[in-house]
Design a protein around this ligand. Structure first.
Ligand SMILES: Nc1nc2c(c(=O)[nH]1)N[C@H]1C(S)=C(S)[C@@H](COP(=O)(O)OP(=O)(O)OC[C@H]3O[C@@H](n4cnc5c(=O)[nH]c(N)nc54)[C@H](O)[C@@H]3O)O[C@H]1N2
Ligand SMILES: Nc1nc2c(c(=O)[nH]1)N[C@H]1C(S)=C(S)[C@@H](COP(=O)(O)OP(=O)(O)OC[C@H]3O[C@@H](n4cnc5c(=O)[nH]c(N)nc54)[C@H](O)[C@@H]3O)O[C@H]1N2
Ligand code: SF4
Ligand SMILES: [Mo]
Length: 714
């Protein structure tokens, strides 16, 4: 039961049944607020047992009430005037949007206004954001932060299996696996409440292999750590594949009946040389063999990839090679056998299914496919010819902003100035915009640059569905009223659409009424939600998609007898030994890789506002091997300057013998002079347009006060 309020003698108690706003596990929890007249409220957080988290919460979940209930929430619309934000009414905000967007579109064309979404939005808001862009704005430019997150794994899953659902199995299958490969995933810090699934598997005899250029909480749990050179995962997988082939550890029946492309893959692998792969990857042949034999000989096995493998300029192909491993050994579609792309954001899964991607319509339909266009246009009550064509990916939108092809931008649920690669260039572009609107619940670095800020509700107030990393759709109920004048994302979109004269397509009165339309729009698509209703979600502990009918149980394990391609077969392909697009040089001699720490979330807008979380990690740092540090004369705990060809940042030096000597690591959670994306590389993967966040070339030097002053003065 949600929202029980008891009140007596100046004491009041509010019980909020909710789920954590952060990562893709979507742990359920209960927050209890107790108020006593004249005193500050006291909060207690209890985990709620549910199928994914099994009643666990990590430190971020435990403290997620802090940012949502801080005094720093945005409470009313604000317009920038003479460099300062001033409070305005919603009516004034909407009139301004109408005036500005209409003028820009009148002068420069429909596509001069773009939309940028996020994977924290509920399914309903993400769905509506796509519809809003295509119908209310009639612009082709929409994309979202998930491009930086899930795009490599999503394209690989779609191409290899015909479907992209993060985990092909339920989490409960993990403990049935006898060998587990964790490639570029740091579950211990990024999905901490999932760790017991892996430790249980280990207790039951599973052999765990972790692939990461650093030692982490996750690699420490593993039996074997392959300390790969950043960006060389595709080659490492080639090495493992070659061993499997040479040793005859392939499932011939499966390969023949359920896959295609084996002959080409085999011919390619026969050409490869293991010693050369060891040299390229920095992983000795002996360890490559050990990993391949363990996986190949195990009766069941699961492979997981995350951003370490995927955020590369060959991320799509790197994931394809891990899928080759899965397919060659037939380890999929069975209890304890499968693949998982460990989705990142709270609604990283649902957010990539319902149309906030440049090339996509709801239900994972494609905007370039005539049949898909006709189907969705019919649900929306428009002519298919009115639907714009496909736009471009997130970073490419920033390039269009910089070129001033996009002149007005609407951002909902992202902080692109900190999360895009080559952030100096992105900031320069955003400053050129004629009109930037940001809908957020907190003042982000991007909101600071906006002409107009719209206050949005947070997870405690905003009802809606989110799809967790397993592909399980969950209902998050609302627990308290919106603070100040904040509105739900979907409400904001409906009201702007009304103002733009498109109200008849946006006559929604609740999240549920949007979900009802989403069910229809996704019906028959790959991500089919038709059989899911709020009623079902209230009664069941979430429902897995695809769920094509109300009496369908939802698909817990995928690909048991067939893959989602028309011929039912999965596709294997040869993958070359790619090198990262940027290599180290005499000027920039070290690899930089980036990632996360336990206590902070993404660009830190939320977690830096939580006093308990901020206290644990107050600033950014650079992890460096002590031997490398000595070479570059940088001291432990001192500030250092880190440069690439694109920019400079200043961070605290942290000695660690857990990292490769040729690599340094900086987390992504801080902005301004500690924003690591000022130095990351904007080069994109040719297929999925993912930037290579995980490798670029840098130099490190001791912090010199003159350099910092010069830098800050710029
Ligand atoms: N605490 C916390 N949890 C989070 C988030 C957060 O910001 N903070 N964000 C959420 C989101 S949106 C996401 S996408 C996920 C991300 O989850 P992960 O992908 O697990 O997180 P990262 O730290 O980005 O990268 C994982 C690991 O990849 C390693 N790595 C770096 N380069 C390479 C490489 O070339 N090859 C290999 N094999 N590994 C490499 C890093 O050292 C790191 O340990 O986490 C989610 N959960
Ligand atoms: N160097 C480097 N860069 C990276 C990565 C990396 O590993 N390395 N990882 C990439 C990945 S995987 C991701 S997912 C991106 C994420 O990058 P961003 O999209 O910038 O992610 P957040 O920091 O979560 O920003 C979300 C913003 O939306 C707001 N918000 C949260 N929930 C809601 C909501 O429901 N409604 C509205 N209107 N606003 C909301 C938050 O307050 C915050 O300001 O960063 C990418 N950038
Ligand atoms: S951050 Fe992820 S693992 Fe931690 S409580 Fe929230 S949903 Fe659960
Ligand atoms: Mo992500």
């Amino acid at each position: 039961m949600n929202q029980v309020i008891e009140q007596q003698d100046g004491l009041s108690k509010l019980v909020m049944d909710t789920q954590c706003p952060f990562c893709s596990v979507q742990c359920k929890m209960q927050i209890i607020e107790e108020r006593e007249t004249g005193k500050r409220p006291v909060y207690t957080v209890n985990p709620t047992p549910n199928a994914a988290s099994e009643g666990r919460l990590c430190i971020k979940g435990m403290n997620a009430y802090q940012h949502a209930l801080t005094g720093e929430r945005l409470l009313h619309p604000m317009m920038k005037k003479d460099g300062q934000f001033i409070r305005i009414s919603w009516e004034e905000a909407y009139s301004l949007i109408e005036r500005k967007f209409t003028a820009l579109q009148g002068q420069y064309g429909k596509d001069s206004v773009g939309v940028y979404g996020g994977g924290s939005l509920t399914n309903e808001s993400a769905y509506l954001l796509g519809k809003f862009t295509r119908i209310a704005l009639r612009s082709k430019y929409i994309d979202y932060n998930g491009r930086f997150c899930m795009s490599a794994a999503a394209s690989a899953g779609n191409k290899a299996f015909g479907m992209d659902r993060g985990l092909t199995n339920q989490l409960a299958d993990i403990e049935l696996a006898k060998c587990i490969v964790l490639a570029g995933t740091n579950i211990a810090e990024c999905q901490p409440t999932l760790m017991p699934y892996f430790t249980r598997a280990k207790e039951k005899g599973a052999y765990i292999i972790a692939i990461d250029p650093r030692e982490t909480g996750t690699t420490r749990m593993a039996d074997l750590h392959l300390c790969v050179k950043p960006g060389m995962d595709a080659s490492l997988a080639n090495g493992m594949l070659k061993v499997l082939l040479d040793e005859g550890l392939i499932d011939e029946g499966f390969v023949q009946q359920r896959t295609k492309g084996f002959a080409e893959l085999k011919a390619h692998l026969e050409e490869l040389d293991l010693d050369a792969i060891a040299e390229l990857t920095g992983v000795p042949v002996k360890l490559i063999r050990q990993a391949a034999l363990a996986y190949g000989k195990a009766s069941t096995g699961m492979v997981f990839t995350a951003r370490g493998v995927e955020q590369q300029t060959d991320g799509y192909m790197a994931v394809r090679n891990f899928l080759n491993l899965v397919l060659l050994t037939g380890k999929i579609g069975k209890p304890g056998s499968g693949y998982g792309a460990v989705t990142g954001q709270g609604n990283g899964q649902g957010g990539r299914e319902h149309g906030q991607k440049a090339d996509q319509l709801p239900g994972y339909r494609l905007i370039e496919n005539a049949e898909d266009r006709a189907y969705v246009a019919n649900v929306w009550g428009i002519d298919p010819s009115e639907l714009p064509e496909k736009g471009v990916s997130a970073y490419e939108m920033m390039e269009k902003v910089h070129e001033q092809e996009i002149r007005g931008l609407f951002v909902m649920g992202s902080n692109p100035i900190v999360s895009n690669p080559n952030a100096n260039f992105v900031e320069e572009g955003l400053r050129k915009l004629d009109f930037l609107v940001v809908a957020d619940m907190l003042m982000s670095e991007t909101a600071q640059l906006a002409d107009l800020i719209l206050p949005a509700t947070a997870y405690l107030e905003n009802e809606g569905t989110l799809t967790n990393l397993e592909g399980r759709v969950l209902l998050r109920q609302s627990s308290r009223p919106a603070p100040g004048e904040a509105k739900h994302d979907w409400e904001i979109l409906c009201e702007i659409a009304e103002k733009l004269g498109k109200g008849k397509y946006f006559g929604f009165s609740s999240a549920e009424s949007i979900f009802e339309e989403l069910r229809l729009a996704s019906r028959g698509g790959i991500a089919d939600y038709y059989g899911i209703t709020y009623d079902r979600l209230r009664k069941e502990e979430g429902v897995y998609w695809p769920c094509p009918a109300p009496d369908h149980p939802g698909a817990k394990r995928l690909f048991e007898s067939t893959f989602a391609h028309e011929d039912g077969k999965a596709e294997m392909i040869p993958v070359q030994n790619h090198l990262p697009k940027e290599q180290v040089s005499a000027d920039y001699p070290l690899y930089l890789t980036t990632g996360r720490v336990l206590t902070q979330y993404l660009t830190g807008v939320q977690t830096r506002r939580s006093h308990s979380l901020a206290a644990r990690d107050v600033e950014s740092f650079m992890e460096i091997h002590p031997r490398t540090a000595k070479k570059y004369r940088v001291e432990d705990a001192a500030l250092v300057k880190l440069e690439s060809v694109r920019g400079t940042i200043f961070v605290r030096c942290r000695y660690s013998s857990d990292i490769r000597e040729d690599t340094v690591f900086v987390p992504m959670h801080w902005g301004d002079t500690q924003n690591v994306n000022k130095i990351t590389n904007q080069a994109l993967d040719p297929t999925c347009r993912m930037p290579g966040f995980k490798v670029c070339a840098v130099k490190v030097s001791p912090f010199a006060i003159e350099a910092a002053v010069g830098y800050l003065a710029k």
